[in-house]
Design a protein around this ligand. Structure first.
Ligand SMILES: [Zn+2]
Length: 208
C-alpha cells in the first residue's frame, strides 16, 4: 500500500523510495513507499512532475498502490520527487472551489452526487433532497465571494481512518484531494451556469 504524503502536508519536494519499476506499454510504471503525487481520482486530475531526472506523466490509483508513469525507467531505492507546482496549485484551487459550491447548494436542500474539478470543465452535480429550493447562479456566486472574502482557513483531520477537510466553520467533507490553505488563494471564481436536466442540477464554474 502506498502512503499518501499529500494527505498530511503540501510538500511538493520529498525524498522517496522507489520500490518497483516495470515496463508498461510504451512507458514505465513505478511504485514508491510513500508519494507526494496526487493520483487522478475524486474528480481531480493527477499531479505531474519528476522523480529524479525522469518526468512523471500521469499518476493513477490502482488498488492499494499509487502508480507513477514515466517515459524512462527509475533506479530502485532513494530518489527525490518533485510535484509540478503550477499544475498542483491550479488543481487545488479548482477542487477547493468545488467544495464551496457543494456547501452552498447543499444548504438549499440538494445532495452533491458528482464533482468534476478539471480546468475548463469545472462542474458539481446534485440530486434533489426532500425540499430542494431554487438555485440562482448569482446567489451561488455571492456566497462564494463572501467565503473567499473571509479568507477561511483549511483544516484537515483524520476521523476513524477517513480524512476530513473543512474550510473555517463550514461542514467537513470526507475527501482525499488537494486544497488551498486559505480561500483567498482561489482568486475570483465564476459561476457560469446552473442548469437542471432529468432531475440533476449542474453548477458549472471556472477560475479567472
Ligand atoms: Zn476536497
Amino acid at each position: 500500500m502506498t502512503l499518501h504524503l499529500y494527505y498530511q502536508d503540501d510538500q511538493l519536494i520529498a525524498p522517496v523510495e522507489v520500490l518497483t519499476c516495470q515496463p508498461h506499454d510504451e512507458l514505465f510504471a513505478a511504485t514508491l513507499h510513500a508519494t507526494p503525487f496526487h493520483p487522478q481520482g475524486g474528480g481531480q486530475p493527477s499531479d505531474t512532475g519528476w522523480i529524479g531526472e525522469a518526468q512523471v506523466l500521469r499518476v493513477t490509483q490502482e488498488g492499494q498502490q499509487i502508480v507513477h508513469y514515466l517515459p524512462q525507467p527509475l533506479q530502485l531505492g532513494l530518489q527525490e520527487a518533485r510535484v509540478d507546482e503550477k499544475r498542483r496549485r491550479l488543481n487545488s484551487r479548482m477542487h477547493s472551489a468545488g467544495h464551496l459550491i457543494g456547501h452552498f447548494v447543499q444548504s438549499l436542500g440538494w445532495t452533491p452526487i458528482k464533482a468534476h474539478h478539471w480546468p475548463g470543465e469545472g462542474r458539481v452535480s446534485f440530486k434533489p433532497g426532500e425540499r430542494p429550493q431554487a438555485v440562482d447562479r448569482i446567489q451561488v456566486q455571492r456566497a462564494l465571494e463572501q467565503w473567499i472574502g473571509a479568507n477561511l482557513e483549511r483544516h484537515i483531520t483524520m476521523e476513524s481512518g477517513t480524512r476530513q477537510v473543512r474550510f473555517g466553520q463550514l461542514p467537513a467533507y470526507g475527501c482525499g484531494g488537494t486544497h488551498v490553505h486559505q480561500l483567498q488563494e482561489l482568486g475570483p471564481v465564476s459561476i457560469n451556469s446552473v442548469s437542471e436536466k432529468k432531475g440533476t442540477l449542474s453548477v458549472n464554474y471556472s477560475l479567472d
